[in-house]
Design a protein around this ligand. Structure first.
Ligand code: DPP
Ligand code: ZN
Length: 876
């Protein structure tokens, strides 16, 4: 396939300042008339051909300035429309008639049908499936859209911008016209038509403008959109307060659909959402679902400024909008909930998804320089690491200069298609700093490591840190440059108090941050009157790995006393990880794993520490996942041994803390009616992790069954069901609970996704057969991305012992299903296939089986560009 390269960027010869679209909707043959005002760019020769992008629309006719072209005047292929000799005038009108079939569009890109509702998804390159266009983000156009359909089939007709006209026509048909005054790239175009229920709201902006809000859902589900509406209003208010950003149209609409490739899409004034991220009440949604809804509603809304008003020059700049918008939604959630807890959760996610990507064959810079298929770059690196890079800018500049830089960014680039260079420049301009070395975070792949050791000289009152940075090689980048790493730190003394120093040399240290810029720094603190424990990378100030020469005593001390709550959590998590890695080696050596008694004691103390938020305690008690442990071990992975080590530690902690956990479990039972707020969710999280431990003790299955039966909300119900299915698989209690859950939610596809997910996650070799059987369940559909992700995605990316069965059956099944999904939906198949990205870290026997499965996919005929790209890079 073609490789797109950043350095090949050049502006197009033509612009399209105005786009007018007319849709005659029909499931199998929708007519689209596009009238484009085409303008030759200043300085471009009149002989320059006009070349538009396409992806299979049926072309019915082409006219220029009202004159129908004959077929010798243009060349059309499925992916290109060329007009070799456009008019000499600088500006002309191009009219295109195309036909598309939404009902047979299973790729869910372009115009398609979901539950009989017409909807669109155009990012990144879906618009070209509707009509030929300059389908690139630097072509900004003002759109007017007319939609016509039979009233009974599609009473609701929506597009971007503001409604300007609507009316009835003959034969039960009607139409609506929408106009979006803000020039936008084609990937932000959207259309929705169908029969939907509406939840209405309104918002008064900072400057007093009234905005009409609408959330549209499947009729009958309106009641489930209340939380999303509330989250939307809070997002709008927060963006005014935190970033001075006001909404700019008269209406803001959100539509929930059930077939959607991503989480949601930020189309201007008309966000389209995967219904999973809109619909919620306590009966059907977990606390995690509520938190996701809040975050994604905010994320898409925030795109209105970071993505829509200022968009990307080209797709290499994807992180310009995504990394920044993730940073904004993280800050929003931190302000709405608990900042400390939110930060820990973010870091866990980053480590679980971005670190393995950065450390494997799919590693790429936050701003890539090459791609074959842009759909494959909506990655944890672009999103999550991209957000961390923005956070580091704020750490380096401080809150005020960061805000000044953001203000300048909005002022300078509003209405433009910008680049990462533009973004970095505003912060250089407001601060006077040189961020050239810092900008390597955008350009260089790989997770940097800092090796740190410390020493204290009591006589000289000197404390010294030896810091050495390295960046591991990644595909096609074997030599790395030295990075600028802002390392937040603290010297912690008796009882957790900060230890003072008189002077420091060896690196720039400001506001609690060591600016690591060279390969080695010897940082000397003088006038230090007691031996401190050093707390490093506080708040996770940089997305790096640390190799610290630190005694277990120091870690235990920090896990109890560090005043930085992230680092305190980190210290305990490091102790757990070290113990689990040692236990893994014991299991491999045929021994029973053993754990230091003080680890379990510390777990008990954290669980019962009333000074700590319950949500924080829940996060501390949740052991590193099997995949986290595998990542930290790095190679020679035997998932069965990791599983055994982890179960042994959980059991040790449970047995040592039986009384404390049990009493605490009882005291945390929900009193009063359900509320989805962070504090209540935190109490449920703590109680449910305690259940997880207690379920390992005698009577554990009975306790979990009781928890399941007494549950009054989905959080508790799924927590108990998970414990039963995963820890007591095959027991009467587990079977009864699974059956009861299925019966209760038979008609609710989104809730049954949880049932699929829980069963796909059951550890052990038998699960592959169970997953295969569940594909025959009436609620499963291989055409629906949510179903596929719940069942197949969970099995392949979250079931270490099931998927990585030593005999390769998990991989074989997976290859077969990926190829099956690929026939309809290449994007979803390619995403699934990334589950194989860490195959080289497996022990040799599994590695060989994994390679065979990858080859099976690679050798299939007519592979899509999406899947081919992932599989070939994974095998390279
Ligand atoms: N809809 C996806 C997101 O918001 C891609 N833009 O991240
Ligand atoms: Zn986004």
């Amino acid at each position: 396939g073609h490789v797109f390269k950043l350095e090949d960027y050049r502006p197009s010869d033509y612009l399209i300042p105005r786009t007018s679209l007319d849709f005659r909707l029909s499931p199998d043959a929708t007519r689209v008339t596009a009238v484009l005002t085409v303008e030759r760019r200043e300085g471009v020769a009149a002989s320059a051909p006009l070349v538009l992008d396409g992806d299979g629309p049926t072309l019915l006719g082409v006219a220029i300035d009202g004159q129908l072209l004959s077929e010798v005047d243009y060349q059309a292929t499925p992916d290109q429309l060329t007009i070799p000799t456009p008019p000499a005038a600088q500006r002309f009108e191009l009219r295109l008639e195309t036909e598309v079939a939404p009902s047979s569009n299973e790729a869910l890109m372009g115009l398609y049908r979901s539950n009989n509702v017409y909807c669109t998804q155009c990012e990144a390159e879906g618009f070209r499936r509707i009509t030929y266009f300059l389908d690139r983000p630097d072509i900004l156009s003002v759109y007017t859209v007319r939609i016509e359909a039979p009233h009974n089939e599609a009473p609701l007709l929506l597009s971007n911008g503001n409604p300007v006209e609507s009316g009835t026509l003959a034969d039960g048909r009607h139409y609506a016209v929408w106009h979006d005054p803000f020039p936008k790239p084609s990937y932000l175009f959207a259309l929705v038509a169908g029969a939907l229920g509406k939840v209405a709201g309104s918002f008064t902006t900072l400057s007093g403008r009234e905005v009409e809000l609408g959330i549209y859902v499947e009729p009958g589900k309106e009641r489930l959109a209340g939380y999303a509406m509330d989250a939307l209003k809070r997002s709008m208010k927060w963006d005014e307060e935190a970033f001075g950003r006001e909404y700019d149209l008269d209406v803001f609409n959100i539509v929930a659909v059930s077939d959607f490739n991503m989480g949601a899409m930020e189309n201007k004034g008309l966000n389209i959402f995967n219904d999973k991220y809109v619909l919620a009440d306590e009966e059907t949604a977990t606390d995690a679902d509520f938190a996701n809804i809040e975050a994604i509603i905010a994320h898409e809304y925030f795109h209105n400024w970071t993505g829509n008003r200022i968009t990307c020059r080209d797709w290499f700049q994807l992180c310009l909008k995504e990394g920044l918008t993730v940073y904004r939604d993280h800050e929003f959630s931190a302000d709405q909930r608990s900042r400390a807890v939110k930060r820990i959760a973010e870091v866990r996610t980053l480590r679980a998804h971005q670190f393995p990507e950065d450390q494997g064959p799919l590693a790429h810079p936050v701003r890539p320089r090459r791609y074959r298929e842009i759909n494959n770059f909506y990655t944890a690196t672009v999103y999550e690491k991209g957000s961390e890079v923005v956070r580091m800018i704020r750490t380096i500049l401080g809150a005020e200069l960061f805000r000044a830089g953001m203000d300048l960014y909005f002022e300078r680039h509003d209405g433009e298609a910008a680049t990462i260079e533009d973004f970095v420049k505003v912060f250089e301009d407001v601060s006077g700093r040189d961020l050239a070395q810092f900008a390597l975070w955008y350009h260089q792949a790989g997770t940097p490591n800092l090796a740190v050791s410390s020493s204290y000289n009591a006589a000289a009152k000197a404390f010294t840190l030896e810091i050495e940075q390295s960046v591991p090689p990644t595909p096609s980048e074997s030599r790395k440059r030295l990075m600028h790493i802002p390392l937040a730190f603290g010297l912690v003394g008796d009882g957790g108090k900060p230890v003072a120093w008189a002077a420091v040399d060896g690196a720039i240290v400001e506001d609690g941050v060591i600016h690591v810029r060279k390969r080695r720094h010897t940082v000397r603190f003088s006038g230090v009157s007691e031996r401190p424990s050093v707390s490093l990378n506080r708040g996770f100030s940089a997305p790096i790995t640390l190799s610290v020469q630190q005694k277990a005593d120091d870690q235990i001390f920090l896990a109890s006393h560090d005043s930085d709550s992230f680092s305190r959590w980190q210290a305990f998590n490091t102790l757990l990880t070290d113990a689990l890695i040692a236990a893994f080696r014991q299991v491999l050596g045929g021994k029973e794993p053993a754990f230091a008694a003080r680890l379990a004691e510390l777990a008990g103390r954290i669980a019962g520490d009333e000074a700590l938020e319950p949500a924080y305690r829940a996060l501390a008690l949740s052991l590193p996942g099997e995949a986290d442990i595998a990542r930290d071990i790095g190679k020679g992975i035997d998932p069965d041994a990791i599983f055994a080590a982890r179960e042994a530690l959980a059991r040790t902690i449970a047995e040592a803390n039986r009384q404390v956990f049990s009493a605490l479990y009882d005291s945390l039972a929900d009193k009063g009616p359900f509320t989805p707020d962070a504090a209540s969710a935190g109490r449920r999280a703590l109680r449910n992790i305690l259940l997880d431990y207690l379920s390992l003790l005698p009577e554990g299955a009975a306790l979990a069954a009781q928890h399941f039966n007494a549950a009054t909300n989905m959080t508790d119900r799924t927590a108990a069901l998970t414990v039963l299915a995963h820890r007591h698989a095959g027991s009467r209690e587990a079977e009864e609970a699974l059956a009861a859950f299925e019966a209760r939610y038979r008609g609710d596809a989104l809730v049954l996704d949880k049932w699929f997910q829980i069963q796909a996650g059951v550890p052990g070799r038998q699960t592959v057969e169970k997953v295969r059987a569940l594909m025959q369940h009436p609620a499963f559909s291989i055409a629906n991305p949510n179903r596929v992700r719940s069942l197949i995605g969970t099995f392949s990316s979250a079931n270490q012992t099931g998927f990585h069965r030593a005999d390769g059956q998990g991989y074989r099944f997976f290859a077969e299903i990926v190829l099956e999904v690929e026939k309809r939906n290449p994007q979803v198949a390619a995403r699934l296939a990334t589950a194989m990205r860490s195959w080289r870290s497996l022990e040799p026997i599994r590695q060989d089986k994994a390679r065979q499965a990858l080859l099976q996919i690679a050798n299939a005929e007519n592979l899509s560009a999406d899947l081919r790209d992932i599989v070939e890079r994974t095998l390279a």
